[in-house]
Unconditional design. Sequence first.
Length: 161
Amino acid sequence: MAGLSDLSVPIEQFAQLDLLLDRVFITENKTNGLAFPQIKNAIVIFGLGYGVQSLKQVHWLNDCRIYYWGDIDTHGFAILSQLRSYFPKVESLLMDQQTLIECRPLWGEEPENKVHSSDSLAYLSEAELQLYKRLKSAYWQPRIRLEQERVSFLFAAGKTA
C-alpha cells in the first residue's frame, strides 16, 4: 500500500479506510503475516488471535474475499468460527485434514490446560467441524497442533496456487 510493506493502524482508523482490495488474508500470528508474499489488490492482517473480534467493526471487509489461516488446533478453529460469525463468507486456508496429514512431521502439541473446551463451533463447515472433533478426541494422537509458521511457504504456495 503506497510502497509500505508493514503498517500498524488503530482499529477505528482502519475501519474508516477506503481501500481498493479484492482479497484480505488474516493470519493468526505475526511470523506468517510478515513473511506473506505480496499479492496484488490484497492485504494481510496478522497477529490478532482471538482479537479478530476487533474486525467486526470493519464493514468494508464484507466487500472483500476473506481468507483465514490459523493453526490447525482447537483454538485455530475456534478463532475461525468466531471470525465467520462476523463475516460468514470467510474461507479457511490450509486448515484441512489433508494439510494436517501431509505435515505430520511438523506436529506439536497444544498444552493440556489450553485445549479449547467447546464441543461444537457453530460457524465451521462440515469438514472443518469433523477435523476439530478429531483433534479433540485424540483421533491421531492427543492435543495435536500444527502451527501455521511451521508450514513452509513452498508447501503453502503449492496448495493455494
